[in-house]
Write a protein of this length. Structure first.
Length: 513
């Protein structure tokens, strides 16, 4: 449909918002030129309509409450394109920030409720081409802006190890459905730890790939420099098999190098890890909110790496302690520009956009901004205050300091093949009550990011594996490697898994009414 033509009163409001003082006569001149210019917008829309795909018809259903005890399913499907391939018959659930054409996508938010994408995300197309069965969309946190599991507008996602506790976020649903065996594999996303936090708190494997290894095309961006998609699985082998399918350039995502050597990550696991050098990062332990039992469990797990034939040494990376500050500036100011003001996709990058999603989100945002979660409201308030007072200079500073942070990890990785530390400082925390105050809601969404968020900034691959149980709750150990050396990270993870004899599963626990 043709774009609305500008009225004089509309331009007056715009001018006032920018602090422009324009005379009525000049404003009328601007209006006439702007009106003529809108013909270009109409032509672009007409041309796009000729090439845009139709929304396919795919069957889907909403789960009934008895079939969704953890609140982890958003919709169920049964989509399979072929019966053969490396993932033939494997049941895969897709985080609901990633497009499955013809299937509703909410991204945990009122801003996208009732939206149905036209095209599959690249990773979904690759999974289907590998023989996987897409069994549904998993609940994720509101616009993926929480490390807890209490912000989705569909309701909280509960931890099957203890239903009163969080499952971790933002890939909360994918983690739970894999942990409980309702899906074989989960496609998850990570901007501050959102693959690894659920893995840590649910006792499963979560691999955040090197930034740019897996195309983000077709997923809802938060901040392009932080956006990652990756596998959630029961075992390291399964994670490696899935990564091999979804990795590699698609020509549509500028986050990616134009070419990459393909890897059969699962086959490379067979090389073992004996003789590899492991650096235990001192600054990854003993945070102000660390549970001593978590630190102890991870250090005990490190001894299993030594038993598996690896060379283990303590290593200090002082920059690690500063990384959360860099992350806060980038996430607040970058998230404001991209996710909020840019209607998720923003501007100025050469990737595949989703104009329908942008329009849907933008209209909802303007109609009811109060529907944003507390996490998004905090981003809007703090981010706008910083931008209004600093004019983006702190974002620029953080981006420049990112090079020094990255170099600090690279230097440690020059002497060690991988680095290890606790994935999260604490075990799964209690879910906030429905009437919880803003401070509690915000704290339950950010307190666990200390060790995970740094590697979203630098892009190093990082995998969380279960380090054991403490008080009946899982603890995660994070293994970090050189950029685009995901294979070595997975080799170490697999060697640890083999050494300890595999990872436990949660017993079926009834959710209290």
């Amino acid at each position: 449909m043709p774009i609305d033509r500008p009225t004089t009163s509309a331009l007056e409001r715009i001018a006032a918002g920018y602090g422009l003082e324009i005379s009525p006569a000049d404003l009328e001149c601007y209006r006439a030129v702007a009106e003529d210019s809108m013909a270009a917008w109409d032509l672009v829309e007409s041309l796009y309509a000729q090439h845009a795909p139709a929304v396919p018809e795919r069957a889907w259903s909403r789960p009934d409450d008895p079939d969704n005890p953890w609140g982890a399913w958003y919709v169920r499907t049964e989509i399979q394109d072929r019966a053969d391939g490396p993932l033939a018959g494997r049941r895969v659930v897709i985080k609901d920030n990633t497009s499955v054409a013809g299937v509703p996508m909410m991204d945990g938010s009122k801003m996208l409720e009732d939206f149905v994408p036209r095209e599959d995300a690249t990773v979904v197309s690759r999974l289907l081409a590998a023989g996987a069965v897409i069994v549904g969309k998993s609940v994720c946190e509101d616009l993926c802006m929480s490390g807890g599991s209490h912000t989705s507008k569909s309701g909280p996602v509960r931890n099957p190890w203890d239903p009163s506790r969080a499952a971790g976020g933002s890939s909360s649903g994918s983690g739970v459905l894999v942990a409980t065996g309702e899906a074989d594999l989960g496609l998850s996303g990570d901007q501050g730890g959102s693959i690894r936090i659920p893995a840590s708190w649910l006792g499963i494997v979560g691999h955040k790939p090197t930034w740019g290894l897996v195309p983000y095309t077709g997923a809802v961006p938060v901040e392009p420099s932080l956006d990652h998609l990756g596998p959630t699985a029961r075992t390291v082998t399964e994670a490696a098999q899935m990564l091999a399918v979804i990795a590699g350039p698609d020509g549509l995502d500028p986050r990616q190098p134009s070419s990459m050597e393909p890897f059969d990550y699962a086959t490379l696991l067979g090389r073992g890890a004996a003789g590899l050098r492991v650096g235990v990062v001192t600054e990854g332990f003993g945070h102000a909110n660390s549970e001593g039992e978590v630190d102890d469990a991870v250090r005990a797990a490190v001894e299993s790496l030594r038993s598996a034939g690896m060379v283990v040494e303590e290593v200090s990376v002082p920059w690690h302690a500063t990384a959360p500050a860099l992350f806060s500036v980038i996430a607040f100011e970058g998230g404001l520009a991209q996710l909020v003001e840019g209607n998720t996709f923003g501007f100025g990058w050469k990737g595949r956009y989703d104009p329908d999603l942008m329009a849907h989100y933008g209209a909802r945002r303007r109609a009811d901004p109060s529907a944003f979660s507390e996490s998004l409201q905090m981003t809007m308030l703090a981010g706008r205050h910083a931008r209004d007072n600093g004019h983006g200079r702190h974002y620029a500073m953080a981006r420049n300091l990112e090079r020094q942070l990255t170099a600090a990890y690279d230097e440690a990785l020059r002497h060690h093949d991988v680095l290890v530390m606790p994935t999260t400082p604490m075990r799964a925390t209690p879910l906030p009550e429905p009437d919880a105050g803003v401070l509690e809601v915000l704290a339950r969404g950010t307190e666990m990011l200390t060790n995970t968020a740094p590697f979203d900034i630098t892009g190093h691959p990082a995998c969380s594996v279960p380090a054991g149980l403490v008080g009946g709750l899982p603890v995660g150990m994070m293994i970090v490697g050189r950029r685009f050396d995901d294979a070595t990270v997975l080799r170490v993870a697999h060697a640890f898994e083999t050494e300890v004899g595999g990872f436990p599963r949660p017993d079926r626990v009834e959710v209290a009414s």
